[in-house]
Design a protein around this ligand. Structure first.
Ligand code: THU
Length: 130
């Protein structure tokens, strides 16, 4: 399953629209019932309006009804072991758990796995806002 998730993320990366940074990124999320949602980064000429691969994947996941996220895979064409940016860590943490796995990849597959808790310790949770 891990390899499949990586393959899905790498395939998603081919759909990146990154004419400004020329830094394609792909992401894939696996839910506990086996569904996979993927996305690529999408840039805009007004640079701050673009968004990350993880955010595209989360949009697909939410629109499909959500669910428990078990694993996340992110891959970049020009960087080994990319991890989600700060904003995407917060967005992913909204739907994932501290023990959700985050796979870091090179072009051939997963090279190291950490957890959401590892990459966003002491993250802000919205519990008190409810
Ligand atoms: N990017 C992602 O898609 N995910 C990340 O976690 C880091 C950065 C994208 C945003 C932008 O399109 C490009 O990479 C360069 O920053």
């Amino acid at each position: 399953m891990k390899t499949d998730l990586f393959t899905t993320a790498r395939e998603a990366m081919t759909h990146a629209y990154a004419p400004y940074s020329k830094f394609p990124v792909g992401a894939a999320l696996l839910t506990d019932d086996g569904r996979v949602f993927s996305g690529a980064n999408i840039e805009v000429a007004s640079y701050p309006e673009g968004w990350c691969a993880e955010t595209t994947a989360l949009g697909h996941y939410v629109m499909a009804g959500g669910g428990r996220i078990m694993e996340i895979c992110v891959v970049a064409e020009k960087m080994d072991r990319i991890t989600p940016c700060g904003g995407c860590r917060q967005r992913l943490a909204e739907f994932a758990d501290a023990d959700t796995k985050l796979h870091m990849c090179d072009q051939n597959g997963i090279v190291e796995t950490v957890t959401m808790g590892d990459i966003l310790p002491f993250g802000f949770k919205g519990d008190t806002l409810k």
